[in-house]
Design a protein around this ligand. Structure first.
Ligand code: FEO
Length: 173
């Protein structure tokens, strides 16, 4: 039988990932409003990736014979001062997610649930990448310092980002 404490914690994580998806979609919407189509593309891909993360946890609960319980998604912020504020918020948020994943791993360790520890390893690596990406964009925006041409070039670069489904989903039947 699937450990109930782990089942609850992973259900909470599904909700956190869906909330993240909603947050990034909200940022994408504001980017469109500001005329940053490339940044909107970047956040829309974040939105899809977060849904993938939720789906990985969802599939995992099912594969362990557990019960998925979906909870309401809390409302998200809808306005930011500028693009830099959005990416700073992204980094802050990803740090929170990293700590949630770490807490899950600590719980799986305490409960001697080795399969859950193994599943979480992909997320531990993913969080390093998530934080690194946000940090790099903050650095670029700080360098650009509001310069119109710089923002135009960065937006063009982010327009080129393409979505790839998260690997734990593509490796499934
Ligand atoms: Fe699901 Fe951005 O971490």
């Amino acid at each position: 039988m699937f450990n109930k404490k782990i089942e609850k914690a992973i259900n909470d994580q599904i909700n956190a990932e869906m909330w993240s998806a909603y947050l990034y979609l909200s940022m994408a919407a504001q980017c469109h409003e500001l005329g940053y189509g490339g940044m909107a593309n970047w956040f829309e891909i974040q939105f899809k990736e977060e849904q993938d993360h939720a789906q990985i946890f969802y599939n995992y609960i099912i594969s362990r014979g557990g019960r998925v319980t979906l909870k309401p998604i809390e409302k998200v912020q809808t306005e930011w001062k500028d693009a830099l504020a959005m990416f700073e918020n992204t980094l802050e948020h990803e740090k929170v997610v990293t700590s949630l994943i770490n807490d899950l791993f600590a719980l799986a360790t305490k409960e001697k649930d080795y399969a859950t520890q193994s599943m979480l390893k992909w997320f531990i690596d993913e969080q390093v990448e998530e934080e690194e990406n946000a940090r790099a964009l903050i650095d670029s925006l700080k360098m650009i310092n509001g310069n119109g041409y710089g923002l135009y070039m960065l937006d063009k670069e982010l327009a080129a980002r393409t979505y790839t489904q998260a690997s734990p989903l593509t490796s499934e039947e």
